[in-house]
Design a protein around this ligand. Sequence first.
Ligand SMILES: [Cu+2]
Length: 285
Amino acid sequence: MTPLGPVAAGERAHLISFFLWMLPITLPILIGTPWIAMRYRRHGGKGKYDPNWAHSVGAEVVIWGGATLTFLIVGWLTWGHVQGEDPYKPTGKDPMHVKVIGSEWKWMFIYPGKVAAVNRLVLPENTPVEFDLTATGAMQSFWIPRLAGQIYAMPGMKTKMNLTTSENPSQTYGFNSQFNGAAFPLNKFEVDVVSQDQFNAFLQEPKHPFAQLEKQFKKTATWSGPELFEPPETGFWDKVAMNPDMLTDGGAAILPDNAPEQKQIDDAIRDELHVSQIQPQGDAQ
Ligand SMILES: [Cu+2]
């Protein structure tokens, strides 16, 4: 609830305004339900017993009129919200492009022609950014709560999300909010918003060959390799979007029982969640 950028700030403002505009409906229900139950209870109640009562024009007007008015207002606000915060609409002139590939259970970020990164998103401050999203394997949900989101990324499909980064350098995180298998809780990434100078330095950091990324990305469920790689050839992201299987070995989300990788994932999740033991697979029947 502490936004770092204008898109998240707008989302919070709308959440609060919807909450307030719904109060004329929710408050009378929350207060009226126990009050009526109390007043008209069978023993010791104060309400008049009137079994033949069936209709009141006044009550109808208040109930339906109030509800209609509220829905018109909330509907009108929603329309403005949808228009104003369309994730496909760039938040500024000439947004920076980052191409994203969500996979089980890691994220690839491609800065076209510059660098490819895994689980690390570095963005310059005060800059409009357009993410192009796709996925391999299971469906993913891309969310950077303090900046914007969330948008589903699906294999074989393309979508977009636009945001403006924080005015000053900041650090936050993004994650996959779609429950999708064993290592779902590990499916997070760092988000560093840095000055333009630091961003240029980031682009110059030493990189590993892209072929190594491609090979390891296919084979591992969670990522423990290096973070920065040479960028892939132009059009790589589009190729993956057309043919998501090229980046998975049949999908890692469903591991065979006793796969060696399962133990690695269990250990990593245990560390992350600070629990002492994870039930072996198959015990939960
Ligand atoms: Cu879809």
